[in-house]
Design a protein around this ligand. Structure first.
Ligand code: GLU
Length: 465
């Protein structure tokens, strides 16, 4: 049987980390098995669905590289099909009209609660052999209910959670069409999964309670019931529900914050799934390894530090030119003109080991392209009286020095020896002059990144003060 999976987001907000992981797992499962991955937009909640949210989902998937083979299908465009299947179910006796008004339903539930019973539809309009139904009331537009089996259990072997059983006596006769004829959520999902030939439904475990109802309807339709894999929720860094504070933001926010899609994919892949002790792997490797057996049924915990670590890993691995191409637009967005000297590729090459995100890389690179004015207090704190003549001497000799790191390193050592200084006495103020910061790569590597004139100018400017 060819694998067919789907991602079925409701376009009521951005694609967040949890949704992205669901999409990734469904996608990877299809890719691993040479199957088909389908995108379906569940937009029947017209109040809450927006075109912007659809676009945000498409953008997020595109950024992550999660391509789909079929779709996007929009449920709102499939209404005639749902209505057709409802008619089919009425005809086969698997569904029936129910004329109980909303007010009567409320009263029914109220009375049940008062008796300490679980509130449920009492089956007044459910046809049974030998049962006489009440007379159809005037002026009431009926809903359509699914005739759920009353006995036995509905069970499935969840590919993540193991066997799950519900007793049919616990399940109400679900409304599948509202009184205005529009189909309800669970029914649309069932018809779609059936029509689209879905073989594995991989989704969040907030849908576990929908699954027995969906299985019963699929069975009534004579459809093959797919396998289900319900993924556990993702908790925040602190073990509480994932919130905006930690990751429940749009995946595009990660782009904005300077994360590489490769890092986010690798990170999401390990969020609840494992392959031995492997932490770092490419998306192709993931698609080969991925299976549903190694998903933990317990909740996965978000770990920002690990994401940063992975991002640093992928930045380090990247070719300097390619990395520069990712940093350049970030600098340009800050209205910084990135000149040729120093070359941005050399700058990012020197700094990529030391930072976690593209934005931090842009922060580090920025100082090479602006008219830098180091913080006066920082300069003062780092520039001791005895360093001033040493720096003058250094600048004078720099004017004719060979412009490579070993030569500059040798020159620095000569100067500090002659002036009887320890390395930091010279290196620290020099770093501040050149970058405005004390945190910087080795000072010889830093100096040679710049054109000679620029180094001399930055030293002079700060010594003159
Ligand atoms: N539309 C549902 C959601 O966004 C998913 C339904 C499903 O995967 O079956 O939570």
């Amino acid at each position: 049987m060819t694998v067919r999976t789907r991602f079925a987001p409701s376009p009521t907000g951005y694609l967040h980390i949890g949704g992205a992981r669901t999409a990734l797992f469904s996608w990877a499962y299809a890719r691993k098995h040479g199957g088909t991955f389908i995108l379906r937009i569940e937009d029947t909640d017209v109040e809450r669905s927006t075109p912007e949210a659809v676009q945000a989902i498409l953008d997020g998937m595109n950024w992550l590289g999660l391509d789909y083979d079929e779709g996007p299908f929009y449920q709102m465009q499939r209404m005639p099909r749902y209505k057709e299947v409802i008619q089919q179910m009425l005809a086969s006796g698997h569904a029936y009209y129910c004329y109980t008004s909303p007010a009567e339903l409320d009263a029914m539930r109220e009375a049940q609660r008062a008796r300490g019973e679980k509130p449920r539809y009492d089956g007044t309009w459910r046809p049974e052999s030998g049962k006489t139904l009440p007379a159809i009331p005037e002026g009431i537009k009926p809903v359509i209910r699914f005739k759920n089996p009353t006995e036995g259990v509905v069970a499935w072997d969840d590919m993540v959670k193991g066997r799950i059983e519900f007793s049919n006596s616990e399940l109400d006769d679900l409304i599948i069409a509202r009184s205005d004829g529009t189909p309800t959520y669970n029914f649309c999902v069932v018809v779609d999964d059936w029509d689209m030939g879905i073989t594995q439904v991989i989704r969040g475990d907030d849908h576990v309670n929908n699954t027995p109802r969906q299985i019963n309807i699929l069975t009534a339709l004579g459809a093959t019931v797919p396998n289900y894999a319900h993924l556990s929720m993702i908790l925040g860094d602190d073990g509480t529900k994932l919130s905006k504070r930690h990751g429940a933001v749009s995946v595009m926010q990660y782009d904005e914050d300077g994360y590489l899609p490769e890092a986010v994919i690798n990170y999401l892949a390990r969020l609840g799934w494992s392959h031995g002790d492997d932490e770092v792997f490419s998306v192709d490797q993931f698609c080969q390894w991925f299976d549903l057996d190694h998903i933990t049924p317990s909740a996965a915990q978000f770990n920002t530090e690990k994401l940063k670590w992975l991002n640093n890993h992928y930045m380090k691995q990247m070719d300097n030119e390619a990395l520069a191409a990712k940093v350049r637009p970030r600098l340009e967005a800050r209205d910084i003109t990135v000149g040729n000297s120093p070359a941005l590729a050399s700058v990012v090459g020197l700094y990529k080991e030391r930072v976690s995100t593209l934005n931090e890389l842009a922060d580090a690179a920025e100082v090479f392209y602006i008219d830098l004015h180091p913080d006066a207090a920082l300069m003062e704190a780092q520039l001791s009286a005895e360093a001033i003549p040493a720096l003058r001497d250094f600048a004078a000799r720099l004017a004719t020095a060979t412009w490579d790191a070993p030569s500059i390193s040798a020159l620095i050592k000569e100067v500090i020896t002659q002036h009887g200084l320890k390395m930091p006495k010279l290196a620290m103020p020099l770093r501040v002059m050149l970058t405005g910061q004390t945190q910087a790569p080795s000072v010889d590597a830093l100096v040679v990144l710049f054109p000679r004139e620029m180094v001399l100018q930055r030293i002079e400017k700060n010594l003159a003060k």
